[in-house]
Design a protein around this ligand. Sequence first.
Ligand code: ADP
Ligand code: ZN
Ligand code: ZN
Length: 646
Amino acid sequence: MEYYEVAPNQIVRPGQDAFTYTCNQHLTTGHIVLVPVGKKELVGVVMRQVNKPPFATKPIIRLVNTIPVPTELIQLASWMSAYYGTPLAITLQTILPKGLIKNRRVQKAVPTIVRRDRTNIVFNEEQAAAIHMVSTSEVGTFLLQGITGSGKTEVYIELARRSIQSGSSVIILVPEIALTSQIIAEFSQHFPTILVVHSTMSESERHLTWQKALEATEPLVVIGARSALFTPIRNVGLIVIDECHEPSYKQEQSPRYSALRAASVLGKLHAARVVLGSATPLVTDRFVAEQSGRPMLKLTKPAREDTVKPTISLVDLTKRANFSGHRFLSKQLIAQLNATLQTGKQALIFHNRRGSASTTLCENCGWTAQCPRCFIPLTLHADQHTLRCHICNHQERVPTHCPSCQHADIIFKGFGTKLIENELRKLYPKANIARFDADNNDTETVNARYDELYNGTIDIAVGTQVIAKGLDLPHLRTVGVIQADSGLALPDFGSEERTFQLLSQVIGRVGRNNHDTQVIIQSYQPTHPSVTLGILQDYDSFYDYTIAKRRKAGFPPFVYLLKLTCIYTSESSAIKAAQELARLLRAEAHKDVTILGPTPAFYERQRDTYRWQLTLKSPKREYLSVALKIVPKTHWQSELDPTSLL
Ligand code: ADP
Ligand code: ZN
Ligand code: ZN
């Protein structure tokens, strides 16, 4: 008989992650097994072999998988548990696929591959230097800061080629599904076997992919979103995180981990190279990279020598003379759209609000349509004749008269992508106009319509951030930004940074080839640093500006943050709980922990609940980890290193 500590992937008892079982078979760390827990049977992971304990033990029911999960992944799950103060059961759930013990019909997962003509390229000096640096420096994490179009993807491909050649697998993380078909197309020119992990894959497809990776005997290239980091491959030589500033690399639910930190840790465990690539790294990540003393890689020039910079015009939204032709499409933008469509080329219009109108109000009495559960304004979706809450998805019909004073003077203010799409259809009835945002169904997404975007079949693409990022469209000539400053209204320490990034990214969609291109940026705040530096794509100045501001105000990277939110169905309970915990923390936490609050959360009411918040700041992260242990397990949500305090 042998004895093993097994960690179930469900919480059994707070504070205890693993339990001892017997087995008459020899197992190793990472074996997935079925174990009895009380009356239940749970999936668990063998953590280690142990000596015969003094207490009675039950036998393992059966082995789920004959091939163990790589120990590096199990170590990663343990690290995530400790670093984010999350039970191991939860981090194991994160690294393992769902439905491990279900019987499945075998089904083939075939990635869609768009082949593209390819010319052989010669690396420029900066690309060659970056490749050389990553290949010859000590293994570890590298920040690759390269302007849009500087040829980062080619650098990733070359590094991947070298890794595969030396027999080690490669993991490429891309921010979201919108980008996968483009990057697969690029990688598939070079690598015959690519394993793709989508967020839209079914549970059984995911499981199949997972099994394939686990059984692989040859080095693999894996491409996917955040969770592709947990693909069970034994020998990883390279991990790339493309567009590493993207918010989707931070998981929104527990464990609220950063894929960048997790990749660095996994890289260390595999002795792999980790490359974090972006034109606009988060100031915190750039700061961390500088502090680490590791080489920084920079690509400052467009990869293609014949690249022509776009002509950028800034239109002041407060100067209404610019809008004599249309309420929110400036004369300048309309003129550019006319010219672009006349020559059969493509335009892209960016706006980061969904729906048709953001406010519905009564002109007679001032009543506004609000979500009955969240108390935020409902967004009009005119195509479906509904008002919808963008927090909880509550829906109601558009009122024909005011529910408060019965007048019929209902008006709509503010505009989203659906309204912009409609207005453009009126202006250009013959154009092929496509809208891309979170209201798309599966056949309408960037990924689904990527060929039409690439071939220029779509004349005007209107959309939210899904079209602002990463796309490389050969027919694109004009980019319009409807309101560059709209994200600045959110009272958050990261708002300016996100506004700057989005603007740099959307401008980066053009100026990638030898064609003349135009960018029209409309803004109510044309002198705001996020806008002016975003337009110049001047990352270094924006970094200096932000670092100075954060240092002064005490925000990351100068302090660590812990956001605590309590959720109750009554307001008084939420306030009371928040006050009690604040008192407790003020008494017990380290003196170098600053406790802000309690305050109502920014979205104070969500789905019939009340939310109150405490924000803890400390120059030492471990003081926050210790404080986290005091937080009650029920009613409280916690987040270490939040990227937003909203
Ligand atoms: P990034 O990912 O940095 O935005 P890409 O890798 O998409 O940039 O490269 C931009 C364009 O330049 C692509 O069309 C790519 O094929 C091309 N390119 C990259 N490196 C070179 C090079 N050394 N010579 C010529 N063209 C290149
Ligand atoms: Zn009214
Ligand atoms: Zn709601």
